[in-house]
Design a protein around this ligand. Structure first.
Ligand SMILES: Cc1ncc(COP(=O)(O)O)c(C=O)c1O
Length: 397
């Protein structure tokens, strides 16, 4: 039975990490997967996480199962982080949250739930988007369509194209939006654009499914809620997939959450009972460790302060890396205006490098980036900046 199956292609992003690992060149650079790196190119455990983890391990008394939807304290903390503790939807008791293994499982559980709730709907993704969005929603059985997002020539948001596309989305379809730090472009909507988009969503009655994988990496923890809050004000129903992989650095511990807003408390309960079934048949109940860390940090005032400082430092480091990169490209006489890189938000930048240049950099220089020219800006360090810019200059000449 297993002899006739053909080999699947490697994952576009994680496959790159594997190829990088096997590359023997000492000056190789990995600008592929979205993992934060400090000025030494390391992905350290946050000090707040280490402290929380130590306390949790000392106090742990059981490995009994978590509830299907996870620990209630964690779920409430997530709601407060995503919407703000005073949000009217929380007071109206029409918000439900499930702890999921990372943001990917939040997307998949949400997708499975929606396939049951609205089986005829199509799912709309930005063009371009994180490659796994198509994989997740297709695997859940959805037809996947695209809406315009990025203007390659202007290296900016194609807001007119986006509105035209989303005005044509049929009522009852599902639109996936990036809350902030759009992956892969780094280009986000302004407050005015979010307000317009939210009005459009409400008017057309499509369902927003917001991917919130980088809360705190854009402008700040509260500031990055902009889009979520605009949509929550305009639309009675929405889904939000949170990931704590980046903002707590918990990549391998798989901490995330699916939050749903329904029109009222009873509708929220009914919907959530189906979310729990989607979880039960997928992985039964979530892994505890990452969520225990998040809960500990968010409920301990000193740890929370420490974590906020560490999160701010990660964001500032990336902003600095963007500016240093733009200046160094200019200093190396690399043709073109790269100032747009400093205006983008989050870990990623659409560098504008084409497939041939990406391939040249990988084969001849040991510099790895995603095929569409997406680079993880956090991978640029003082030690590799010179080599990177020289190599890009060569690739472009
Ligand atoms: C846009 C986007 N959504 C979701 C995820 C998934 O995050 P997690 O690792 O928590 O599953 C990522 C991770 O890279 C991402 O970039």
């Amino acid at each position: 039975m297993l002899e006739n199956i053909t080999t699947a292609p490697p994952d576009a992003i994680l496959g790159l990490t594997e190829a990088f690992r096997q590359d023997p060149r000492p000056n190789k650079i990995n600008l592929g997967a979205g993992v934060f790196k400090d000025e030494h190119g390391a992905t350290p455990i946050l000090a707040s996480v280490k402290a929380a983890e130590t306390a949790i391990l000392a106090e742990a008394r059981t490995k009994a199962y978590m509830p299907i939807a996870g620990d209630p304290a964690y779920r409430q903390l997530v709601q407060e982080m995503v919407l703000g503790a005073e949000h009217p939807a929380l007071r109206a008791r029409r918000v439900r949250t499930a702890h999921t293994p990372g943001g990917t499982a939040a997307l998949r559980v949400g997708a499975d739930f929606l396939k049951k709730a609205c089986p005829q709907a199509a799912v709309w993704l930005s063009r371009p988007t994180w490659a796994n969005h198509r994989g997740v929603f297709s695997a859940a059985g959805f037809a996947v369509r695209e809406y315009a997002y990025y203007n390659h020539a202007a290296r900016s948001l194609d807001f007119e194209g986006l509105k035209t596309a989303l005005r044509a989305v049929p009522s009852g379809d599902i639109v996936v939006l990036h809350a902030c730090c759009h992956n892969p472009t780094g280009v986000d909507l302004t407050a005015e654009q979010w307000a317009e988009l939210a009005a459009l969503a409400a008017g057309r009655a499509w369902l927003p499914f917001v991917d919130f994988a980088y809360q705190g990496y854009g402008q700040g923890l509260e500031e990055d809620r902009l889009g979520v809050l605009a949509l929550a004000q305009a639309c009675p129903e929405m889904l939000i997939a949170s990931s704590f992989s980046k903002n707590f650095g918990l990549y391998q511990d798989r901490a995330g959450a699916l939050t749903l807003l329904a029109s009222g408390a009873a509708a929220a309960d009914a919907a959530f009972s189906n979310v729990e079934i989607a979880i039960r048949v997928n992985y039964s109940n979530p892994p505890a460790h990452g969520a225990l860390i998040v809960t500990r940090i968010l409920t301990d005032p000193a740890l929370r302060r420490q974590w906020r400082g560490e999160l701010d430092a990660m964001r500032t480091h990336i902003t600095g890396a963007r500016q240093r990169f733009v200046a160094a490209l200019r200093a190396h006489g690399v043709p073109g205006d790269f100032s747009f890189i400093a205006r983008q938000q989050g870990m990623f930048s659409f560098s504008g490098l084409g497939a041939a240049q990406v391939q040249f950099l990988r084969e001849h220089k040991g510099i790895y980036m995603v095929g569409d020219g997406r680079i993880n800006v956090a991978g640029i360090t003082a030690a590799n900046l010179e080599y990177l810019c020289q190599s890009i200059a060569e690739a472009l000449s």
